[in-house]
Write a protein that binds this ligand. Structure first.
Ligand SMILES: Cc1ncc(COP(=O)(O)O)c(C=O)c1O
Length: 348
């Protein structure tokens, strides 16, 4: 056996619960519960030819289109193989062995994953105990001269809570020496973005994904945006062909069909309200969300409820290992939310 790096030896294996999901009602991964825009699927069917697949991808057609869509210049934008690669490239660009990376808990697991993989020390600041609100004062106090990266989801997964741009600016001002990532994977469901701040804060990075509202998780497509000088460094740290051509072409078509995404988002947001009323009627505690999921408390029964729903063809995500009793359910179309509520009520 060849001994791996110390950082890898120390890491716990990550097992996403992703097997056997086909044909089920997928309310467990915060994906688009319907699918991508039909125009994207149609375009891919048309464009897919043998010669196309033989050629290494070129991004010149896509990068300016996405930059324009996000309101940045092309040299301020990096295409990435999902947000995950954006996090990895950012960490690899700025974080050395034993540097400190500041994150919150509970939050998106890949922040800790890539920071640990890089050999960093991960400093976790817990969200407020009862409300799961962002702990502004405690978080700012944890920013130290050795903090090299700060990774924040806004709104956060799995809590659903978000922070205002005033708090984002407080973090940016407190950490001029650190790369600050504001991960806006759920932007479309909340409508608040730190993107306009990139021209004022050279330490700000904003990521977006096509995996959630756009319904393209299988394609693995994301974008990272920051000042052009930063991007020049990040490009050096990225593999030249990490985004496949079909994903790059599909993203271009996806942003042209804003009506599809806006329509789905409106349905998901309405479902979120329906779910609040449902939980209120049953006296179930939940945390109001700015994203396409709601975290609720199932008390002692989080795991049995997840398992029983699965037996009935409905997938939800148990989060009780990090927040006692918590279960996360993704919202989508009205009829999908109704199905969840029907099945849930029978077993509650
Ligand atoms: C906060 C957050 N960021 C990023 C991602 C993953 O995004 P991608 O599929 O673009 O890698 C997720 C997925 O659950 C997430 O919750």
């Amino acid at each position: 056996m060849i001994t791996p790096r110390k950082a890898v030896l120390k890491m716990a294996p990550y097992h996403p619960p992703s097997g056997g999901r086909a044909g089920m009602l997928r309310l467990d991964f915060n994906e688009n519960t319907v699918g991508c825009s039909p125009k994207v699927a149609e375009y891919l069917r048309d464009v897919l030819t043998q010669p196309l697949l033989a050629v290494y991808p070129e991004y010149e057609e896509t990068r300016p289109v996405l930059a324009k869509f996000f309101g940045v210049s092309a040299d301020e934008l990096l295409l990435s193989n999902g947000t995950d690669e954006a996090i990895q490239v950012l960490v690899n660009t700025y974080v050395d062995d034993d540097d400190e990376v500041l994150v919150l808990t509970p939050s998106y697991a890949m922040y800790r994953f890539y920071a640990e993989l890089a050999g960093a020390r991960v400093c976790e600041v817990p969200y407020e105990a009862e409300t799961l609100a962002f702990p502004v004062e405690r978080f700012l106090r944890e920013i130290r001269p050795e903090t090299r990266a700060i990774l924040v989801a806004n709104p956060n997964n799995p809590t659903g809570c978000g922070i205002g741009l005033d708090v984002v600016e407080q973090i940016l001002n407190a950490a001029p020496h650190a790369a600050v990532l504001i991960d806006e994977a759920y932007f479309e469901f909340c409508g608040r973005t730190a993107l306009p701040l990139i021209s004022r804060y050279p330490n700000l990075f904003v990521s977006r994904t096509f995996s959630k509202a756009y319904g393209m998780a299988a394609m693995r497509m994301g974008c990272l945006m920051s000042a052009a000088e930063n991007m020049a460094h990040l490009r050096k740290a990225q593999s030249p062909y990490s985004v496949n051509l079909l994903a790059a072409l599909a993203a271009k078509v996806a942003v042209a069909d804003t009506a599809y995404v806006t329509g789905f988002v409106a349905e998901a947001v309405a479902s979120r309200e329906t779910l609040y009323r449902f939980f209120d009627e049953l006296g179930i505690h939940y945390w109001p969300s700015e994203a396409n999921f709601v975290l609720f408390s199932a008390g002692e029964r989080a795991v049995p409820i997840r398992d029983e729903l699965r037996r009935r063809g409905v997938l939800v995500r148990d989060r009780s290992y990090e927040l006692p009793g918590a279960v996360r359910v993704t919202v989508g179309r009205a009829e999908q939310t109704e199905r969840f509520m029907r099945e849930f009520q029978e077993i509650w």
